[in-house]
Write a protein that binds this ligand. Structure first.
Ligand SMILES: [Zn+2]
Length: 511
């Protein structure tokens, strides 16, 4: 909460975007705000808790109906055991390019009693008064406070883009425009459950999904409230490890300096993997790391810098690598210690040498690194450092015959993706967005977190760019999830500009 407040200080004037957007689209939206919100609220009133098969199907059917009403050729893509993907196509006359728009309609589980009003599926329009969000009835006509928000599960993450896309199509039609590229829509219902059937769906329908690239409409925008184009995501991989000491806890006075101490061993192991400045020390690790290009570094440096506001809020006297910029640090691979557990502390502390210690680690990957290769390198590094590596619980015999034993349990991993700002899809999207804004849109070379974007690139062989619209403080996955109306309006403007102007900025390839 405190972080969000500080970052608001960076916020750009909210009217800037609207003034630059295509005037007819903006005017159309201004006279249809209440209708758009009512349509969104009807969708938000359908419970969409991930894995709730019946509820998700009601959502899919409702979204399909909204699409059909717009003349989109719509069908449900079914896989056994998973919720349907709502798929649609809208062909543009004489278009030679096709993009696919991704959003997801499922949401995280809710604890209704924690929510203001106690009803996450009764969408509430609220405006802020004296620091409190106050329920406000939707008027029958007129404009809505753009700082007002709709509160409901799924509002920010991730039904708002679906509504914004459909409203943009309405606005284009009503203002006599037409899309300049063929549009395909892929609205998933399983994103909050690790997209278990996504790869299967993409494989099964690869021909149907043929395109020049995907626009992935999920996640929140920049904390400065400015729209952004996110060209990459980092990959991820988890590791749980256990190092072993004596088979029973020992008196630290009688046996200290003699029995190996798991607390010391786990510290030694972790610091052998990574130094205090984030450099990963695993031999060969850097070989697969494509260094950020000068252009990517320049793009990261050009972004608004939340660094000092964050430092204030987080009470940090300094940050890693000599206070290097956050946006630049995200261009690099990372190794984060999620937790270390050994023995007990404070009131529960005992003068004992523990039997084992555990650490939980997550790696963040950059392009060209694969989870499989990370695994090989880390295991070779540990072996070279005298560790006996096992993947099952260490046996008595293993503990007896090796000085240092570590058990590694690897989690599944996602690879990173990163699209060059010079690629055709990025050139077209950036061109259309720059034109709409009348200034360069924020170009984020990569987000720090991970999304399953690699599965799209691998399965379909096409680039993917993340284009979020939700406010950064949308409480996604938490209580009181919301969408700020100005973000919805900006999203509509952006999608309208994207659909109508993309082809104009698409580089022509000479035959
Ligand atoms: Zn999401």
């Amino acid at each position: 909460m405190r972080i969000a407040t500080a970052l608001l200080a960076l916020a750009a004037p909210t009217t800037m975007l609207a003034q630059r957007a295509s005037a007819p689209v903006r005017d159309w939206r201004a006279t249809h705000e209440i209708a758009i919100v009512r349509e969104m609220n009807a969708l938000l009133a359908l419970p969409n808790i991930t894995r709730d098969t019946a509820g998700l199907r009601r959502n899919a059917t409702a979204i399909a109906a909204l699409m059909q009403r717009r003349g989109i050729a719509t069908r449900l893509l079914e896989v056994s055991g998973g919720p349907p993907v709502v798929y649609g196509e809208l062909k543009a006359t004489k278009a030679t390019r096709t993009i696919v728009l991704y959003a997801h309609y499922d949401g995280q589980p809710v604890n209704a009693s924690e929510w203001q009003g106690g009803a996450p599926f009764t969408p509430a329009f609220r405006v802020q008064r004296d620091g409190k969000w106050v329920d406000t009835p939707l008027p029958d006509s007129g404009r809505l406070d753009p700082e007002g928000r709709i509160f409901a599960r799924g509002s920010g993450d991730d039904k708002a883009p679906i509504i914004a896309i459909l409203a943009a199509l309405d606005a284009i039609k009503a203002t006599g425009g037409s899309p300049s590229v063929n549009l395909k829509f892929f609205f998933e219902g399983e994103e909050e459950s690790e997209s278990v059937h996504l790869e299967q769906t993409l494989r099964t329908h690869a021909a149907l999904l043929a395109s020049d690239g995907w626009i992935f409409c999920d996640s929140p925008i920049h904390a400065s409230r400015q729209l952004q184009v996110v060209l990459g995501v980092r990959g991820s991989m988890g590791l749980e490890l256990t190092v072993y000491g004596p088979s029973r806890a020992l008196h630290s006075g009688h046996y200290g300096n003699w029995a190996p101490n798991p607390g010391i061993l786990v510290a030694e192991l972790v610091t052998s993997l990574r130094d205090a400045d984030g450099r990963i020390l695993v031999k060969g690790f850097q070989d697969d790391v494509t260094p950020p290009t000068p252009k990517e570094i320049a793009a990261a440096r050009a972004l608004p810098r939340p660094d000092s506001a964050l430092r204030q809020e987080l009470l940090l006297g300094g940050t890693e690598a000599n206070d290097a910029l956050l946006a630049e640090r995200l261009l690099l691979p990372g190794l984060n210690v999620r937790g270390i557990r050994v023995g007990n502390v404070e009131g529960a502390a005992a003068n004992a040498i523990a039997t084992d210690a555990k650490a939980s680690i997550d790696f963040r990957l950059v392009p060209r690194q694969t989870p499989e290769r990370i695994r090989q390198l880390v295991e070779a590094h540990l072996t070279a450092n005298g560790w006996y590596v096992t993947h099952a619980a260490a046996t008595d015999q293993e503990r007896l015959t090796h000085r240092k034993v570590v058990r590694l349990v690897w989690g599944g991993g996602d690879e990173a993706t990163r699209v060059s700002a010079d690629s055709p899809l990025a050139t077209a999207l950036l061109g259309a967005m720059d034109e709409m804004l009348g200034k360069p849109i924020l170009r984020v070379p990569t987000m720090g977190g991970s999304l399953p974007t690699a599965v799209f690139e691998h399965t379909l062989g096409v680039p993917l760019i993340v284009f979020p619209i939700a406010n950064h403080d949308d409480n996604q996955h938490a209580k009181d999830e919301n969408i700020r109306l100005q973000n919805l309006w900006d999203g509509i403007d952006a999608f309208a500009a994207m659909f109508t102007r993309l082809d104009r900025f698409w580089p022509r390839t000479t035959p």
